[in-house]
Write a protein that binds this ligand. Structure first.
Ligand SMILES: NC(=O)c1ccc[n+]([C@@H]2O[C@H](COP(=O)([O-])OP(=O)(O)OC[C@H]3O[C@@H](n4cnc5c(N)ncnc54)[C@H](OP(=O)(O)O)[C@@H]3O)[C@@H](O)[C@H]2O)c1
Length: 323
């Protein structure tokens, strides 16, 4: 954490810019390009080829495309030149490598702010958070940022995404249905508990908007975990909205009790299943580990810009029907 006063976030480097959430963040940053002096993305050679049309579109919008290997210090140092703010949206498999990205940023005189790849569950919600398996790598990154003497940080904490892509909360969760699902094509849902746990959600579109607001409100977002959201609701309310927007008939519904969820979670970890994290996160969310009685949107003028449950469900139906 730096001792200096707040400096504006104007020259941005986005890492993971073509990923699930990185693409939404990048899209919103580009939509607001007049507010920034420079927008660059750092991407791997593989992505540069595989997502050529997406990258070309960004180039046409004036984004600088820097191609390199995020694990190569020389490539990263080059990418950091003439940048004041790093926005990382790297995927879960490279979260821990951000410790090195933070170290290199701290050594780069122009860089003063680092947004690590968070955009999810509040990893310091309460005392139990410190022991949750999925949080461990992100906690190490926070520790590295708190120790960095020349960097400020912003943690954008959003809760689960209210979106319909496979595996997301408003999606058809085919692989592990018992962890919860809203399946539009089969009009079928699995709710946790009796469907009454309150959870704070953010749509991916809103994550992008809220990151832009955090960047443009550099003082308000400085050295903070910003706990933002689009809305707070329950599984039952989500189901009601899905039923309303899909013709009004009742869906087939079953329930997974919190105890069963915990049992499935333990079994998945014991068996080394890759989806064990899904059970853990769903359990944390059901237990209220991402419920904010007071959200932080107001710090960054983000109260009136966010979507509603009805907006999220409409978009989730569109996404599920397009798959
Ligand atoms: N709240 C929620 O419901 C929720 C859901 C999903 C994710 N998240 C969070 O959002 C953040 C981003 O996750 P995501 O799912 O958006 O990520 P993602 O799509 O899996 O990956 C994002 C980017 O990370 C880079 N990357 C991935 N693997 C890499 C590797 N082995 N080496 C180098 N770079 C690699 C890639 O960038 P390039 O190819 O451009 O280099 C990729 O586009 C994470 O912190 C995650 O926990 C939250």
């Amino acid at each position: 954490m730096s001792q200096a006063g707040s400096l504006p976030c104007k020259k941005l480097l986005i890492i993971g810019a073509t990923g699930l959430i990185g693409s939404r963040i990048t899209q919103e940053i580009v939509r607001n390009k007049s507010k920034f002096d420079r927008i660059a993305i750092f991407t791997s050679p593989g992505t540069y080829e595989a997502k050529a049309s997406e990258v070309d579109k960004l180039k046409d919008e004036g984004v600088d495309i820097i191609v390199g290997d995020v694990t190569n210090s020389e490539d990263v140092k080059k990418a950091y030149q003439d940048i004041d703010t790093v926005v990382s949206a790297v995927g879960r498999n490279v979260i821990e490598h951000q410790v090195e990205l933070v170290r290199l940023a701290n050594e780069t005189p122009s860089i003063h702010r680092f947004f690590p790849s968070e955009y999810g569950t509040d990893i310091e919600y309460g005392p139990a958070s410190a022991n949750e398996k999925p949080h461990q790598k992100k906690l190490k990154v926070r520790a590295a940022l708190q120790a960095a003497d020349k960097l400020d940080y912003t943690y954008v904490v959003t809760g689960p995404y209210a979106d319909g892509n496979p595996g997301l909360y408003f999606g058809a969760n085919k692989a592990v249905k018992e962890a919860g699902t809203f399946d539009v094509k089969n009009k079928e849902a699995v709710l946790i508990g009796e469907g009454n746990f309150r959870i704070s959600f953010t749509t991916m579109k809103d994550v992008g908007k809220l990151v832009v607001l955090a960047l443009t409100h550099a003082e308000a977002s400085r050295n903070k975990a910003l706990r933002v959201n689009s809305f707070t609701t329950t599984d039952s309310e989500i189901l009601k909205e899905f039923e309303k927007q899909t013709g009004g008939q009742q869906w087939g519904v079953s329930y997974t009790s919190l105890d069963t969820l915990k049992k499935l979670e333990q079994e998945a970890w014991d068996a080394g299943k890759p989806y064990a994290t899904v059970f853990t996160l769903r359990r944390i969310w059901a237990e209220g580990g991402t419920l904010y009685e007071i959200r932080d949107n107001h710090f960054i003028d983000g109260d009136d810009v966010v979507e509603t449950l009805a907006d999220a469900v409409a978009e989730a139906i569109r996404v599920q029907n397009s798959i």
